[in-house]
Design a protein around this ligand. Structure first.
Ligand code: THU
Length: 159
């Protein structure tokens, strides 16, 4: 038996102004995407903006339903739309912003496990790391690849 330690590296920004212009634009798109949220049950508005390798930005927002499990998170809404419309263009970066009753969370909302798994699969399909940016009003976190938020990813090709 041996003890192992896993470390991850990510960046934390106190303000969007510290980010690259490209990432600033993606953060703005994620905040804007919140407008498309349909969240009468949770009152939690999530916006996602996905930048593809050709510079296209696809937005998504959470969609809820009276039959709760029928809803979908913002991130998956964006990723599924992107793959349905731009099948062969790799995903480069995904920004996510969550607001509670219209107020952006101070500490960034973090994607659920199902969304992380979907991110992981598209990242593998792209063959390139996809960065993940989590937007809060007090801090913004940038992870360099999906593996950093989902270690030991389930990957059927590696089994
Ligand atoms: N939600 C997202 O859209 N993305 C996340 O990363 C976490 C949760 C949505 C699902 C539901 O509509 C609402 O936020 C409350 O959980």
């Amino acid at each position: 038996m041996s003890e192992k330690t896993l470390t991850i590296q990510y960046q934390e920004f106190g303000s969007v102004a510290e980010m690259t212009p490209e990432d600033q634009a993606l953060v703005a798109a994620a905040l804007d995407a919140q407008k498309g949220s349909y969240s009468p049950y949770s009152n939690f508005q999530v916006g996602a903006a996905l930048r593809l390798a050709d510079g296209t930005v696809v937005q998504g927002a959470n969609q809820e339903n009276a039959a709760y499990p029928s809803g979908l998170c913002a991130e998956r809404t964006a990723m599924f739309y992107a793959h349905a419309h731009y099948k062969d263009v790799p995903f480069e970066s995904l920004a996510i912003a969550g607001s509670d009753h219209g107020v952006l969370c101070e500490s960034p909302a973090s994607p659920c496990g199902a969304c992380r798994q979907v991110m992981a699969e598209y990242q593998r399909k792209s063959g390139k790391p996809m960065s993940v940016i989590l937007v809060g009003s007090k801090r913004i976190r940038k992870f360099w690849k999906v593996d950093d938020i989902l270690p030991f990813i389930f990957d059927s090709l590696k089994v």
